[in-house]
Design a protein around this ligand. Structure first.
Ligand SMILES: [Zn+2]
Length: 326
């Protein structure tokens, strides 16, 4: 380990201590530099958060009072409370020690284990900007039955809008009719309205007609790859909200999976423009595959779309509670 990377490790260690409330132990978290990525010793993480653990082959399960996290060595797919969560880097074994990346710990795991340590001021959530994907000349994905994605996105978005307004939020739509607006304009409107959260609604499509399920995207943190890729991302404005994006995605995703029973394709990281240029915590929900016959017919059902909208709304409320320390 170079002197420079040692210093960086010490800085990361201090940052963890500084943000730690008294309830957490004063155990140090050691770090290791592997292949240019800072990793932390999982055993130290377990002690630091006061968790219990169980090891079975390549699987390491961490247990807390309300949380269960399953890591698998050499796999980026983790499970948080039973829901699939794609890490930036696969946990690894080095000198007989299990390690996870420092970025995954600080930007993904920590916000879920203790959201109360996220910066203050983010519990003031009043304006929620809902972004029905596509519109006008841009129809988005098209199903075999010729259902346009833009139409399904709008129907879910409208349901979500009135549900959020019913709960006392101000809910805005980036488009309220079937018109084309650019991705930049969607983010400009969010900024103009002073959006506290940005929720983009989409439906998926794939060549493989059997592909189905729900996935929720956040912008990939700086220096980490998007899901399914290894090329690190450069910094974008949306990275300012990395920790909040993670927590928001987790809450919305688990609610949507539970409510719909859809296949859990996980929380994923991407470099979508609307997420990169975000001016507040932002996620993009892929509500299902229009290319899959079964999911297409579900998405065509108003009750199913209502369930999705209600689950997103519940996820937003749970995120709000978490930010308020409840
Ligand atoms: Zn789309």
């Amino acid at each position: 380990m170079s002197v420079r990377s040692t210093l960086r490790s010490v800085a990361c260690l201090l940052a963890l201590f500084l943000s730690s409330p008294a309830a957490f132990g004063s155990f140090p978290i050691r770090s290791r530099e592997i292949g240019g990525t800072t990793h932390v010793v999982l055993y130290d993480v377990i002690r630091y958060y006061g968790l219990k653990s169980h090891v079975s082959g390549k699987r390491i399960t961490l247990y807390g009072a309300e949380t269960e996290i399953i890591f698998t060595i050499d796999s980026r797919a983790a499970r948080i409370n039973g829901f699939l969560f794609n890490l930036a880097h696969a946990p690894t074994l080095h000198d007989n020690e299990a390690l996870i990346s420092e970025r995954d710990l600080s930007l993904s795991i920590d916000p879920i284990l203790r959201p109360q340590t996220l910066e203050t001021g983010n519990a003031d959530i009043r304006r929620i900007v809902i972004d029905p994907g596509h519109g006008g000349k841009d129809s988005g994905a098209r199903s075999r039955q010729k259902t346009n994605e833009k139409t399904i996105n709008m129907l879910i978005a409208r349901d979500l809008q009135w549900m959020l307004e019913d709960l006392g939020y101000e809910a805005y739509l980036t488009r309220d009719r079937d018109t084309y607006i650019s991705l930049a304009e969607r983010q400009r409107r969010c900024r103009q309205w002073g959006g506290d959260l940005f929720i983009s609604i989409h439906c998926n499509s794939a060549k493989d007609k059997s592909a189905h399920g729900v996935e929720t995207f956040v912008v990939a943190p700086e220096g980490t790859p998007k899901t399914g890729d290894y090329k690190p991302s450069t910094r974008t404005p949306g990275n300012e909200y990395d920790k909040f994006n993670t927590r928001l995605a987790y809450e919305v995703h688990r609610n949507v999976i539970t409510a719909t029973g859809a296949r859990d394709r996980g929380v994923k990281r991407a470099r979508f423009y609307v997420l990169k240029k975000a001016s507040c915590p932002s996620i993009l929900v892929e509500s299902g595959f229009l290319s899959n016959a079964d999911e297409e017919s579900r998405l065509g059902n108003s009750r199913y779309r209502h369930d999705i909208a209600e689950a997103i709304s519940n996820g937003i409320v749970m995120y709000h509670w978490a930010m308020a320390g409840q």
